[in-house]
Ligand binder design. Structure first.
Ligand code: AMP
Length: 278
């Protein structure tokens, strides 16, 4: 496995791969890797000759400086984990390697970036598209993998690729969960055992919504879920919404499919989860 810290070293390596007609898959991450990340790498390895994993805690997607500061960073453990899977190259740049001082970015996402996560984390998806666009330009992957865990992020990246006519094929990998049902997340490392127990209510309300979907009106399903979340000890809900899986607008009353999206705080840690309902 190769470790690159600079764009030029990574680009030289990838140019050689391309000369040899090898296909390139990219898995962008912010590190503190867990099994969820590793399954994306394995999925990429099943379809591409060369798998590149980027590890970069991207400052422009954090609207809260404390969140950026507290974000877990475990570079040595990450490299060990990546050595255990089909990862060929790791790109671990410093911020100065990717950003020019005073650089700005704006991409019109038709409002997709202002709903749900965007409402509670203003500017988050502009930062996400900024870094993902940089990584796509640098790596020029044939395919790139993202997790359903960040469902809205995937829709935003698809919207960017459509708007900018990017040729990369985008893949979404299902959510990997702990045996308890808790969606794996780097942020879970900041939860105590009690917090992890309390956080299980997110998965419970998603299952509740799945059972009620089609029988109750979407607004009633949302209200039930929010009431359960609000009553759960140690949990502060931000939103629970049944949405159209393509547009992420509130789902129509007679819709056959929806995605239920939830965000809540537990022990000062912001958690998100979702489930596709049919
Ligand atoms: P992050 O490091 O949190 O930015 O995540 C990097 C990529 O891994 C994103 O595309 C995430 O959606 C994905 N990911 C994170 N957690 C999970 C999970 N539990 N299951 C599947 N994919 C995940």
């Amino acid at each position: 496995m190769h470790l690159f810290k600079t764009r030029t070293d990574l680009q030289d390596y990838l140019a050689r791969c391309r000369d040899n007609r090898l296909s390139i898959g990219l898995v962008p991450t912010m590190g503190a890797l867990h099994t969820g990340h590793l399954t994306l790498i394995t999925a990429a390895g099943a379809e591409c000759d060369i798998v590149v994993c980027s590890i970069f805690v991207n400052p422009t997607q954090f609207n809260d400086p404390a969140d950026l500061e507290n974000y877990p960073r475990t570079p040595e453990a990450d490299l060990d984990r990546l050595r255990s899977v089909s990862c060929h190259a790791v790109f671990m740049p410093d911020a100065g390697e990717l950003y020019q001082p005073g650089e700005t970015w704006y991409l019109d996402l038709g409002g997709l970036d202002e709903r749900l996560e965007g409402k509670f984390r203003p500017g988050h998806f502009q930062g996400v598209t900024q870094i993902v666009h940089k990584l796509f330009t640098l790596v020029q992957p044939d395919k790139a993998w993202f997790g359903q865990k960040d469902f809205q992020q995937f829709r935003v990246v698809v919207a960017m690729a459509t708007r900018l006519e990017l040729s990369v094929e985008l893949r979404m990998h299902p959510i990997v969960r702990e045996p308890s049902g808790l969606a794996m997340s780097s942020r879970n490392a900041r939860l105590s055992a009690t917090g992890k127990q309390q956080a299980l209510v997110l998965f419970r309300v998603l299952n509740l919504a799945a059972a009620q979907f089609g029988a109750g009106r979407p607004a009633a399903v949302n209200a039930n879920a929010l009431a359960v979340l609000a009553a759960a000890p140690g949990v502060e809900p931000e939103y629970f919404e049944l949405c159209d899986p393509e547009t992420l607008l509130p789902v129509a009353e007679d819709a056959k499919t929806a995605v239920a999206l939830v965000a809540a705080w537990v022990e000062g840690v912001r958690l998100i989860d979702n489930m596709i309902l049919r």
